[in-house]
Design a protein around this ligand. Structure first.
Ligand code: APR
Ligand code: ZN
Ligand code: ZN
Length: 367
């Protein structure tokens, strides 16, 4: 198999043509990956923000077709179409049983860069290759845990299904699951990339009537308006908190940070009204700490800060719900795709992402 591999942090991915893929073990399935989004979290592994072991096949936002099933797999058979979930959902652990599959205890295995038993099914040049998020969707095939898949109807195009696997579940979920948006609310979304645009459309679906998009790139702000933003603020043209207060002096009912920077996280905290909610979605570096100002002020203002992992999603329930919203025309999916590429061009997709010129580049694999 041929796939781009991250050999060391801060270096471009390198194509390997000799990757060997083992058969699926018990509870695993082999997926013919049809499409994979290129998400900022892939870049965050590349630059060490998310410190996974190398060498590694990146890619955690994918969809494909089941090719082969390992022993004990009961929910899938070859030919089934699936969205890949970047968090496994076992349905049996403490978190899953409490409706918090997004923090399924089986996900602890992911830090080691292997599948659930800690080992990987890929080798190249005689050495094991890790798999991001138990997946590795930048390769045209992947062995993944059965519990990292959600079966979908065959008629759903797999390029848009791929986006559901991270950006849509995370962004729309942040608005519909993590936050408590009431109809008529005012919200602000800082960062209008592939994930932030989904927070915006989620806020629209939740009934927010004032949706303030904040970004530094005008083309992103234009897209934000297409996804439901009613106001756009360019953060490079003055303090975004002051610009939000100029629109709504009280501050917003719910603010979302969808980048992962200390400065913008603190802006999100400061632009929420007293009694409001702050939802932190963007993944920061491990050495980022937040300044909450005086402790008295923080509690007196009675704000709630919520960490949001994977849009607080229960993938088995939320993927069908998102597809229903898409079928009804409430959820834009195709519109998120700025570029379709093959997996030889993923380094260019990272450059586009850094330049802010794309919402999502999507890899369409050839097999
Ligand atoms: N102020 C405002 N906007 C900014 C700033 C800033 N200081 N810095 C960057 N941005 C904007 C960029 O212009 C871009 O539109 O934030 C957006 C980030 O978008 P992407 O790079 O497409 O990232 P995305 O894939 O949406 O992921 C965002 O969510 O899942 C996590 O790991 C992911 O932390 C990342 C975040
Ligand atoms: Zn992602
Ligand atoms: Zn679980």
């Amino acid at each position: 198999m041929k796939a781009p591999v991250l050999l060391a942090y801060d270096s471009p991915l390198e194509m390997r043509n000799d990757i060997e893929i083992a058969a699926p073990a018990t509870g695993e399935v082999k997926i013919k990956v049809v499409a994979s989004g290129v998400c900022h979290s892939d870049l965050s592994v590349l630059n060490g923000t998310i410190p996974l072991p190398t060498p590694i096949v990146l890619g955690h936002e994918g969809a494909g077709i089941v090719e082969e099933v390992g022993e004990g797999v009961t929910s899938l058979r070859p030919g089934d179409h699936v969205v890949l979930s970047f968090v496994p959902a076992c349905g049996e652990c403490y978190a899953c049983k409490r409706g918090q599959a997004y923090i399924c205890e089986k996900a602890a295995a992911q830090g080691a860069g292997g599948l659930l038993d800690g080992t990987t099914r890929l080798t190249s040049e005689g050495a094991p290759l890790h798999q991001m998020a138990c997946l590795g969707t930048f390769g045209p095939y992947a062995i993944v845990p059965e519990i990292s898949t959600v079966k979908i109807p065959d008629e759903v195009p797999l390029d848009i299904a791929a986006l559901i696997g991270c950006g849509v579940l995370t962004g729309v979920g942040a608005a519909l699951n993590t936050a408590n948006i009431e109809p008529g609310d005012t919200v602000a979304v800082i960062g209008c990339g592939g994930v932030g645009l989904n927070v915006i459309q989620g806020a629209r679906i939740a009934g927010a009537t004032t949706i303030i998009a904040v970004d530094m790139v005008d083309s992103k702000l234009e897209m934000a308006k297409e996804f439901g933003a009613t106001h756009a603020i360019n953060a490079s043209q003055g303090d975004p908190v002051a610009q939000v207060m100029a629109i709504n002096a009280r501050g917003v009912d719910v603010s979302f940070e969808v980048i992962g920077l200390q400065a913008t996280m603190e802006q999100a905290i400061n632009m929420a009204r007293s009694g409001g909610e702050v939802v932190l979605v963007g993944v920061p570096r491990m050495d980022v700490f937040l300044n909450l100002n005086a402790a008295f002020t923080f509690l007196y203002l009675a704000k709630t800060i919520k960490g949001c992992w994977y849009g607080s999603s229960n993938v088995n329930e939320d993927v069908p719900k998102l597809l229903e919203l898409w079928r009804n025309g409430d959820l834009k999916l195709k519109e998120l795709i700025s570029k379709e590429i093959d997996n030889e061009h993923v380094n260019e997709a990272f450059e586009d992402m850094k330049a802010g010129t794309v919402a999502r580049s999507v890899i369409l694999h050839s097999h």
